[in-house]
Design a protein around this ligand. Structure first.
Ligand code: DPX
Length: 560
């Protein structure tokens, strides 16, 4: 007798069909049968995380490299740990398919009280919590409905570039189910509303024609386009200067003749602030103008001078247009936009060189950043954690093809270690570098063990500056100083009897250069370089930015 085709097989086959090669998991008794089904069907490889938060971040990082990702965790105790990472995927616009095991259908509505729950018998609260951070929330309660529900969740996530939620009761994962139909409908974009799209393009052309100085400002959500080509095509067509927001570092080729650096208010690349703030027309592509990006609400292009092209809406000269995706708008505008070459001709861009320090003196932040920058080629992805690592990544000069990944909207420390692992698994042919501060590292440190387990050669630059330096610059207090660890020493413990991770200390520039040479030779696992930096040694831009953000945070309540 052949084995029945099951709900778990269906999910598994769909994950493979949408282009995933792996899924991430932490086992628990509500998802064990589902994990068996995924292994049995085998379209994607099953990889494990140390905990569910890390599992979520690993998937989030994988989605950045691969367009989408999936993770499978157990009910409540697993899922509620992972919800932070799903919040990240929502904030950063990444289609992460979140799958949770769920209670046996016979227990639902029975009054039975189950373990791993808050102790009452209404099991709907987990889905309700996730509804706030997902674009589709499906609780499967019958094998008959499972295909439609799984397809709806996946299709919505891919179209909206947001995470989705699928809950599969532990006794339905192996229940018999029909086989999937063609995958095309899950992958297809919605047909754009042509009338609305044409009107948006016409309004955008008028906007460009009626302004003298046009600048493009690239935001981080252009990641959802999956390629930089449409943005380059638009810039070429208009001929204007292009700046990127800090969160969009690497989302426009820095060698392109139109590139003018990072616009980040007062901490912009030289010339970029003036360029954007003096322009009478700023075409903002998928920007997020939060308090960090605007340097404490100081630097946002005024509505009258901005064309805001968001993922699903374009706002220009007081009118909004919807019913199409950003990609369709950029493609259509690239065919019709009038040319405005003046800004490219009038300005230039010279990357600022990161200063070099003598190799024998104590390692400085500049020297560390300089040596990391020198490692970056067109095939490198550098993941930069919240903290001074952001500012170091933003000031680096990138060859075409290099990629910077940050999580500047969600900004949850600890994200980068699992996210770099996921990104490296999703793009194994690239060189992967990770910059992470000691404070952030302490949240998700154990995921380095998975880099060792799966022999993923990420080079980790752990900045041991003995504290939460970005917080010290924003608002200091005793809570910003952390217990020191022998970070490099952890690698020996994680290697145990069979690992190939390398743990190294760098206290001078020469030691860092030596460690980097060893990292380049180590292909069988991570190389972890603990960079010893003085607490007060950080980028100037962090200090400048920190003061402004602190000021915005400390505004007194307004009196009515
Ligand atoms: C906190 C932040 O050591 O980096 O470069 O020294 O600042 P720097 P570290 O990793 O310290 C990070 C620290 C404590 N932010 O400065 S950015 C508050 C915070 C957060 N996310 C979570 N908890 C607290 N962003 C999960």
């Amino acid at each position: 007798m052949t084995k029945p085709y099951t709900v778990g097989h269906y999910l598994s086959e769909r994950l493979g069909q949408i282009g995933l090669k792996d899924h991430f998991a932490v086992a628990g008794d509500f998802n064990l049968v589902l994990l068996d089904q995924l292994l049995e069907e085998g379209s994607t490889k099953q990889l494990y995380s140390c905990n569910e938060l890390n599992c979520g971040y690993t998937a989030e990082g994988y989605a950045r490299a691969n367009g989408a990702a999936a993770l499978v965790v157990t009910f409540n105790v697993g899922a509620l740990s992972a919800i932070n990472a799903i919040g990240s995927a929502y904030a950063e616009s990444l289609p992460v398919i979140f799958v949770s095991g769920g209670p046996n259908t016979n227990d639902q509505g029975s009054g039975h009280i189950l373990h791993h729950t808050i102790g009452n018998s209404n099991y709907g609260y987990q889905a309700e919590m996730f509804r706030q951070v997902t674009c589709a929330t499906e609780v499967i309660l019958s094998a008959e409905n499972a295909p439609a529900q799984i397809d709806h969740a996946i299709r919505t996530a891919l179209r909206m570039r947001k995470p989705c939620y699928i809950e599969i009761p532990c006794n339905l994962a192996s229940a018999e189910c029909v086989r999937p139909g063609p995958v095309g409908a899950l992958l297809a974009e919605t047909t754009p509303d042509k009338v609305s799209l044409d009107a948006a393009v016409k309004a955008a052309c008028t906007f460009i024609e009626t302004r003298k100085n046009i600048v493009i400002l690239v935001g981080s959500r252009v990641r959802t386009l999956g390629s930089l080509e449409p943005i380059v095509a638009l810039a070429d067509r208009i001929g204007c200067a292009v700046t990127v927001m800090a969160a969009a570092k690497s989302f426009f080729p820095e060698g392109h003749k139109a590139f003018r650096g990072v616009y980040w208010g007062e901490v912009s690349s030289p010339g970029a602030q003036e360029l954007v703030e003096k322009a009478d027309g700023v075409i903002c592509l998928a920007p997020i103008f939060n308090d960090y990006a605007t340097v404490g609400w100081q630097s946002k292009p005024p509505a009258s001078q901005a064309l805001i092209a968001d993922l699903v809406e374009v706002t220009v000269d007081g009118k909004s247009f919807a019913g199409f995706h950003l990609g369709a708008f950029i493609a259509a505008l690239s065919e019709k936009a009038p040319s405005r070459p003046a800004t490219v001709e009038n300005t230039t861009y010279t990357p600022v060189k990161i200063p070099e320090t003598a190799p024998t003196v104590p390692l400085t932040n500049d020297e560390m950043a300089r040596q990391i920058n020198a490692m970056i080629d067109g095939n490198t992805t550098i993941t930069a954690e919240t903290g001074d690592s952001w500012f170091n990544a933003v000031r680096m000069h990138l060859p075409s093809g290099a990629r910077v990944e940050t999580e500047m909207q969600w900004g949850s420390i600890g994200w980068s270690v699992p996210a770099a692992l996921g990104n490296a698994i999703g793009s194994p042919d690239r060189q992967h570098l990770l910059m992470v501060g000691d404070g952030s590292f302490q949240l998700t440190a154990q995921e380095v063990a998975q880099m060792i387990r799966y022999e993923v050669p990420v080079t980790v630059f752990l900045v041991n500056n003995r504290g939460y330096v970005i917080e010290i610059k924003i608002h200091d207090g005793p809570y910003n100083y952390i217990k020191n660890w022998d970070y490099a020493g952890l690698i020996k413990a994680f290697n145990a009897e069979d690992g190939h991770g390398l743990g190294l200390h760098a206290r001078t520039g020469a030691e860092l250069a030596d460690a980097i040479a060893k990292a380049k030779a180590n292909k069988k696992g991570p190389t972890f370089i603990e960079c010893h930096i003085a607490t007060e040694d950080c980028t100037d831009t962090l200090v400048q930015w920190g003061k402004k953000v602190a000021k915005a945070n400390s505004r007194p309540p307004q009196k009515n």
